[in-house]
Design a protein around this ligand. Structure first.
Ligand SMILES: [Zn+2]
Length: 180
């Protein structure tokens, strides 16, 4: 089966930067719903469209097609007492950008801690980086009607619902599957 809109694609991958430093070894394959559902980067969908199981390639994606350029304006210094303790470098918090209503909440990562101040970086950890993906298509299947309606994959390695069908939870908005 060829990869086309409304197929579920399982891809083994490795992610490195443009200098071939490994970022993710992809021990868990990426499983996504193909066809513009923003389950993965558009450039990856473009590369895999029309391909079949066994297809492999290496593509490099520039920052503007991945997680954007690094924006120094998204780095904030905050008084430490505004944040919960214990604090550690690498912790992430959800917050709103300064003073703007109606903007989407952003994830801030703690990048430095001093006695009374904390540096928060609102850039995606992969912002400003060219990303090199080594891709290998492991499985292609038709999506179920339910998956198409939800806009994401269900089942093994995919999205799991609880007892209640709780849409919109964290995880639905991750642009590329396994970045921690
Ligand atoms: Zn669902």
């Amino acid at each position: 089966m060829k990869i086309a809109k409304n197929t579920v694609v399982t891809v083994n991958y490795k992610l490195s930067d443009a200098q071939d430093n490994l970022i993710e070894d992809g021990r868990q394959p990426m499983v996504y719903l193909h066809g513009g559902y923003e389950n993965t980067l558009p450039k990856i969908e473009e590369e895999l469209d029309g391909k079949e199981v066994g297809y492999s390639s290496i593509i490099q994606i520039e920052p503007e097609d991945a997680f954007g350029d690094y924006d120094a304006a998204l780095v904030k210094v905050e008084p430490r007492n505004r944040l919960p303790e214990p604090l550690e470098v690498g912790m992430q918090f959800e917050g709103m950008p300064d003073g703007d209503d109606g903007e989407e909440a952003m994830i801030f990562t703690v990048t430095d801690i001093a006695d009374d101040k904390v540096v928060l970086d609102g850039n995606h950890p992969l912002a400003g980086m060219a990303l090199r993906f080594s891709l290998n298509v492991a499985e292609v299947r038709e999506a179920t009607d339910e998956e198409i309606a939800h806009g994401h994959v269900h089942g093994a390695h995919g999205h799991h619902h609880g007892d209640e069908d709780d849409e919109g939870e964290e995880g639905d908005h991750v642009a590329i599957h396994p970045i921690h």
